[in-house]
Every structure is written in C-alpha cells, then in structure tokens.
Write a protein that binds this ligand. Sequence first.
Ligand code: NAD
Length: 264
Amino acid sequence: MTKKLEGRVALVTGSTSGIGLAIALGFAREGARVMLNGFGSPDDIAKARAAVGEAMGMAEAPYSPADMSKPEEIRGMVAACQAELGACDILVNNAGIQFVSPVEEFPDDKFDRIIAINFTSNFHAIKAALPGMKARGFGRIVNVASAHGLVASPFKTAYVAAKHAVVGLTKSVALEVARGPVTCNAICPGFVRTPLAEAQVKPLAEKHGVSEDKALTDFLLDRQPTKRWVEVEEVAEMALFLCGPNSGSINGTALSIDGGWTAQ
Ligand code: NAD
C-alpha cells in the first residue's frame, strides 16, 4: 500500500518532545523525510532523532537547533531543510511555551517570548517556506494553535493572545494561497498529555490543596468534557490527514480536537 506522505519532505518545529515529536514520527512512518527542531538535553535530542530516523530507515533524522524566537535562525532552518532534504513541502509550526500569571504581574520578557515563539515564528517560517512550496507545486502548512486560539482562560494572556493570532494568521494565509497548490490550517487541541501541560497539574494541586488526580479532572480539565487527556497520537493523526492526499479542499480552518471543550 502506498504511504500517505511518500516523497514528501516535512519540517516540524518543536519536535524534540510532545505533540511535535508524535507528528514527526507519524509523518516518518507514512513515508515523509522529516527535519526535527527543538530544544532539550543532548540525550533527549539524540533519542528523538534516532526514533524518527528509524521510522525513515536512517540512522538519525536531520535536525535544526534553530531558536523559534529568532527570525534569522528560522529562515536558516527552512533553508537547511531545503538544502539537506531538497524541499520543504510540509511545514508544521508547533513549537510553543506556556507561562501562567495574573496580567498585572505578567513579566514583560515572558509575554514577549511567548508571542515570539508561539506566534511570530509561524509568520517567519511560512514566509520562508511558501515560495518553495509554490515552485514545487505542493504545500501543506499546519499551525498547532490550541483551544486557547478559540476561547480564553484567565491568567494565560500571552498564550491566549498568541494562539488567537495563530488562528487569524492561518485564515489570512489560507485566503492568499487558495487558488494554488498550498493549504494552510490550524489544529486546536484541548489539554494534551505532554510535558507542557502535565507541568500545570502540580501547581494546581498545591494551590487548591488537593491530589494531582483531582487537580487534573476538577481544575485543569474542568472544561474538557471527556475528563481525559487528548493523546499526542490523536493530534498526529489529524496533522497527517491535513497533509495527506485527500485534504486539498480543507483550507483556512481551525480544527478542534478538544474532547468537546469549545462545544460549550
Ligand atoms: P512540549 O513542551 O512537549 O514541546 C514543545 C516543543 O517546543 C519542544 O520540542 C521544545 O523544545 C520546543 N521549543 C520550545 N521553545 C522553543 C524555541 N524557542 N525554539 C525552538 N523550539 C522550542 O509541548 P507540547 O504540549 O507538545 O506543545 C506543542 C505545541 O502544542 C505548542 O505550540 C503548544 O502550545 C500546543 N498545544 C499544547 C497543548 C497541550 O495540552 N499540551 C494544547 C494545545 C496546544
């Protein structure tokens, strides 16, 4: 059976961990050659490269250490993908960070950093990758936004603003490319079982004086009706569909995968 991404080259930002790593693995298993990006210990990065490399039949997956808060490094990452793998057919803007604080105490530098990494990086990567996609006659852009790209929560001003901006950017780019071979969509997950989200459980348990299990269902997942984590593999399947052979008419959408959160 033909693999869904045979012959495609994908660049997945923030793919040394969590959702990005699951997307990279899913793409590699479906025949794509994937360049990884993201931070982590040398050991964690080596493990991610080996796992994705194995799925591609290589010793290790290509990797860019580019910092998504630095436009020059983002441009360098896209250029490296095109030089090393011959193209950048699929771009997944996934790298992201979180910080939780009341707005009047929100540190300026943390706010700026979240906007830069979670939002502005998407613009720089799309700008750099789009000309090559148009020239090769195929392109898929998937921006990993969030349920927080559609609705808000208190104490997450930077994150909510950045993710709403990602959804807006997605729609605008989608309209610009609509007559050509490129699509641009956003994925809006609820709470997904990853280090970024799991790190929010313990402070909630301490704040409310309850067990971590109770903090998870009653406070973190209070608006996620399924009362369970979304799994990274579920998000990876959605990204795969958006980049596969039957998705050319899906353009400019913000697809929820949130257990019903935003249905309320
Ligand atoms: P994670 O912490 O497991 O992974 C984040 C990745 O981004 C890592 O590879 C990290 O090294 C990378 N990264 C961070 N700063 C970077 C920088 N400056 N330059 C390059 N890479 C950088 O988190 P995750 O939960 O897998 O999150 C991935 C994306 O999914 C984020 O955009 C996040 O906002 C979004 N998201 C997560 C959830 C959730 O519940 N986990 C829900 C909705 C949306």
